[in-house]
Ligand binder design. Structure first.
Ligand code: GLN
Length: 293
């Protein structure tokens, strides 16, 4: 891309050049990332690139693209560079204050909608602990008109982002955001019908082994579950029943490596029943589900 003959830098050539450059730097999904970056820089949809492959990039576009390429080589996730991602069919603004929403987490949304449909409570009251971008609370609110959601996060920056995302999707009236640690902000509120969370659950040894695009870029605060991965989940399982109505549901995303311990912790809690570990779509044990007795 340093070549001076600018008229040659068509969409086709830029995509080819970036893909090869990313490939040789061992960046995963090189073609997809190239398409996402170029779309981000020139605007429109990814599909538009192929409708106009001979379009020549301007000097300013090439300059912006060059900085995006540099950031990608440093393993910065493409979602942070372009500033958005998709979750449960909806677009979310993301930045380095929050975790990038993962497809796996959509199971929490599916499960919540399932339990809400079975319930006769109106409105169905939900708490989302550690909301991050707000992806869980917002997709639930967008798919469930008769609900009231409280979303918490320890990070004020994350909450500001979540509020922006809620406004973008027009669900801000159904979600109240409260800053605070774990479920502490819920202690003075009436009990909930369902409490869900994708808490930080990666143990210190696992953090050290993360891929650089995760370990180097995503916030430790959103990832780290301390020495055994349970520093947030343990108190969450212990105190969640205090914040639930009788029969209320607890849904927590967990790491497969701690599924056995989570099952034991919840099963030995006398205020929880129907304790179950659920699998994700790849067959891995990834969620804890229980009900308040
Ligand atoms: N709830 C957000 C998500 O699922 C953030 C989770 C977190 O920060 N651990 O992506």
């Amino acid at each position: 891309m340093t070549q001076t003959n600018t008229e040659h830098w068509t969409t086709r050539r830029l995509l080819e050049w970036m893909t090869a450059h990313f490939e040789s730097n061992l960046i995963e999904s090189p073609r997809l990332i190239s398409e996402m970056l170029l779309t981000h820089v020139i605007g429109g949809q990814r599909i538009d690139l192929y409708a106009n492959v001979d379009r020549v990039a301007t000097d300013t576009e090439r300059e912006t693209l060059r900085s995006c390429v540099k950031r990608t080589i440093e393993h910065e996730p493409v979602q942070y560079i372009v500033g958005n991602t998709w979750f449960y069919g909806m677009e979310f603004q993301v930045d380095s204050s929050t975790l990038i929403p993962r497809t796996c987490t959509e199971t929490i949304v599916e499960q919540t909608l399932h339990f809400a449909k079975l319930s006769t409570t109106s409105p169905f009251r939900i708490a989302d602990i550690g909301t991050g971008t707000g992806c869980i609370a917002i997709t639930i609110a967008a798919n469930l008109s008769d609900c009231e959601i409280v979303a918490t996060d320890i990070s004020q920056d994350a909450l500001l982002l979540a509020e922006k995302n809620a406004e973008k999707h027009g669900v801000q009236k159904r979600i109240t955001y409260i800053q605070g640690n774990c479920i502490e902000p819920l202690s003075s509120l009436p009990p909930f019908d369902l409490l869900c969370s994708n808490p930080p659950y990666i143990s210190d040894p696992e953090i050290a082994a993360l891929e650089p695009n995760v370990g180097k870029w995503e916030p430790k605060l959103a990832l780290s579950g301390g020495s055994d991965g349970l520093s947030i989940i343990r108190p969450l399982i212990q105190s969640a029943p205090n914040c639930l109505v009788e029969g209320g549901v607890l849904l927590v995303e967990i790491a497969t490596s701690i599924a056995g311990t989570c099952l034991e912790l919840a099963s030995s809690n006398p205020t929880l029943k129907d304790v179950k570990i659920l699998r994700d779509r790849f067959g891995d044990d990834r969620f804890l589900r229980a009900k308040k007795c």
